[in-house]
Design a binder for this molecule. Sequence first.
Ligand code: AMP
Length: 365
Amino acid sequence: MSTVGIVGGGQLARMLALAGTPLGLRFAFLDPAPDACAAAVGEHLAGRFDDQAQLARLADLSDVVTYETENVPASSVALLAKRLPVYPGSSALGTARDRLHEKTLFGDLGIPTPPYAPVDTREELEAAAARIGLPAVLKTRTLGYDGKGQAVLRATEDIEAAWERLGGVPLILEGFVSFQREVSIVSVRGRDGEVAFYPLSENVHRSGILHTSYCREADPCEAQARDYARKLLEHFDYVGVLALELFEADGQLLANEMAPRVHNSGHWTIEGAQTSQFENHLRAILGLPLGSTAPVGCAAMLNLIGQVPESIDEVLRIPGTHLHLYDKAPAPGRKLGHIGLRVDDTDTLASRLAQLEALITSRGS
Ligand code: AMP
């Protein structure tokens, strides 16, 4: 029986373990939080991602290592990689950790992006704002997620406050994209180079946090998105699931960011695809054949952010609904669970989602 070591013990690690247990896999997680939610489904090693002793212990316990976040220090990956296979590899992780490296690579591979400029000083911010134009989005190059570490500059008067808030660490200024929609492509590549793509996800964010994802079968943008994802998979000689987030603006796709891991916009695959992104990530890193990524019915996913529905009964009474609670302490803006919805047609999907939204928002979230 193989053991998969995961750096990170949050909901993504938990869902990887839930998908891998039927395959006869065991799991060990490295996570600093004493109440890491993946601990319920494997062995929890409490420690920071750079804790040498716990990294060594993770390597002792595991046959292969993966991670649920890109915020893993390069030195930790190097330490693990000396002992056992680590997938995806360190170059994809290193690129995804830094928004500037990521955007530079997109450009090198011919993947269009919004205009951007690195910003390290107040003067550079002024110059970048003048060159790119406003509105624009100022972001920390590393450690940002769910809209954290970001400020929208609508007018030159906003520069001061944004610099006060974010200045002092390496930053990037991006042109603000008036997109028609946000989409992502969840792809997977096996150890033998086999590649598969899920149907495009269409994503709705609120306050910078993913709110809803829809499986969009046969989307007009799918071929373009696949082409961009394939370029990245091949560039990195990638193994595992890779998600690429894109804006659709005026008929063109612009890359926002990539995630070298299973991704929130792929949670609908648990019920809405032949093989979930979690199972396929495990298959890929273990060198097993990939499972079909074909959709099953019409699927969507609704995140439960900040609070969970008061009545589980009422949620589950809506046909086609599947509740995933992460067993995390409620906090504003925190992802506490999600609802997967799979039905037979798009009209039913829209009406059931509206029902679910009403149930969730009736608690004021
Ligand atoms: P990110 O952390 O880069 O994924 O940003 C979170 C969300 O903020 C995105 O999903 C978008 O909704 C919004 N956003 C980020 N960058 C931009 C941009 N350059 N233009 C417009 N909206 C953006």
